[in-house]
Design a protein around this ligand. Structure first.
Ligand code: SAH
Ligand code: SF4
Length: 393
């Protein structure tokens, strides 16, 4: 396993929000303030700017409109100006796979020809969209397939919000004008549990979530958004204060020795440092509890002793422990713990007073489960390369 020796954010190439001179600015992912600024820059009188922001915002995020011509409450010449200077673009769906259990995995193409994945998981009373924050990941958690892929770049706020919009397109979830509002939401929850470490792309993730949470648009409450981090300690308090969403921690081990191997960021911020940073989160974010994610790896972190150590470690932190049966991927160096082992582990946690749901793997037949993302793409790329080689290209 290699760890970058330079500060991790230094090699991150973020695409600027504004394209070079002459290019159109994508309005998707701009916060209200940023949208106001670009509209004023484009000649909108300051006095009107707030109203224009409200109108355009509603078209884009409430009605799902992509074409300025449909923004009928704006004057024709104003719409013409918008067409000239701006665009409303979301990632393009390259392919979609639907699992036997209804899970949908989208392969999305973003600027520069890069690809990321998003997964929609329908459940009885809700639907969760799992979105990506980076192409690849700088970290190298040894059980995670995304971790075997180098970081290509951070996603822009627009590309993060765009994943939610694309899923709504595919599920045909945008409201129709003049028809009653549909109260059951298909995308009712968002989890930042796809590819990448969201806290190494903090500003874009924060701006994107501000757009997603805005009450006049996509309107998902902050309690319906969960950000999962491997434990980027300096960003945790900021997440509470500037996003305020629910937090999940990829905990996965109960000793530094084991966590160093599974989640190598532990060498930078160890278990004690991480837990100290977490103690303030519920108060700062005014949320009830933190989710501790714990992947069950046979013979590595799944003993009864681990379970007992885990509850001792998190004592005093309002928490729920989410046990994730390991999702295997080709070449993975671990195996999933046996079912009885997982149940025995869950039992100890439950008896200690914590909720300990075992996450049902979803979309396994299409490799859409946690930690499996990007694998299919890599395979597809490889086979294309092989095909080209065979064809002598
Ligand atoms: N980078 C962030 C979010 C993406 S991973 C993080 O690490 O938290 C989402 C969750 O899936 C994390 O808890 C991660 O540890 C877990 N995960 C990764 N690979 C997995 C695998 N193969 N099986 C089960 N869970 C996995
Ligand atoms: Fe990156 Fe999360 Fe995978 Fe670790 S588990 S390599 S932080 S995506």
């Amino acid at each position: 396993m290699t760890k970058p020796s330079a500060p991790i954010t230094q090699d991150v190439h973020t695409i600027p929000r504004k394209l070079p001179e002459g290019g159109k600015v994508n309005l998707v992912g701009l916060t209200r303030d940023q949208l106001r600024d670009v509209l004023i820059e484009a000649g909108t009188p300051e006095k009107q700017a707030k109203m224009r922001v409200g109108q355009i915002w509603q078209w884009i995020y409430h009605w799902g409109v992509r074409d300025f011509a449909q923004m009928t409450n704006l004057a024709k010449d104003y719409r013409a100006m918008l067409v000239e200077r701006f665009e409303i673009t979301v990632p393009e769906i390259v392919s979609k796979q639907v699992s036997m259990d209804g899970t949908r995995k989208y392969l999305l193409k973003i600027a520069g020809g890069h690809e990321v994945e998003a997964v929609y998981i329908p459940e009885e009373n809700r639907g969760t969209l799992c979105i990506s924050s980076q192409v690849g990941c700088t970290l190298t958690c040894s059980f995670c397939h995304t971790g075997t892929q180098k970081l290509v770049r951070n996603l822009t706020a627009g590309e993060i919000v765009g994943q939610v919009m694309v899923a709504r397109d595919d599920l045909e979830e945008w409201p129709e004008q003049n028809t009653p509002k549909n109260e059951t939401r298909l995308v009712s929850n968002v989890v930042l549990m796809g590819m990448g470490e969201p806290l190494y792309n903090f500003e874009n993730v924060r701006d994107a979530m501000q757009v997603v949470m805005d009450g006049e648009g996509l309107s998902l409450s902050r309690r319906r958004i969960t950000l999962s981090t491997s434990g980027v300690v300096p960003e945790i308090a900021k997440t509470a204060e500037e996003i305020g969403c629910l937090l999940a921690i990829s905990f996965h081990a109960t000793t530094d020795e084991v966590r160093d191997k599974l989640v190598p960021i532990n060498k930078k911020w160890n278990i004690e440092t991480l837990l100290n940073a977490l103690r303030d989160y519920p108060r700062l974010s005014n949320s009830e509890r933190i989710t501790f994610e714990y992947v069950m790896l046979k013979g590595v972190n799944d003993s009864d002793e681990d379970a007992r150590r885990l509850v001792k470690l998190i004592r005093g932190i309002p928490a729920k422990i989410n046990l994730i049966p390991f999702n295997e991927w080709p070449g993975a160096p671990y195996e999933r713990s046996d079912w009885e082992r997982i149940e025995s582990f869950a039992d100890i946690i439950y008896k200690a007073g914590y909720a300990s749901p075992i996450r049902t793997p979803r979309g396994e037949d299409i490799m859409a489960a946690c930690g499996q993302l990007k694998s299919a793409t890599e395979r597809a790329r490889k086979s294309r390369a092989e095909i080209q080689a065979e064809a002598g290209l």
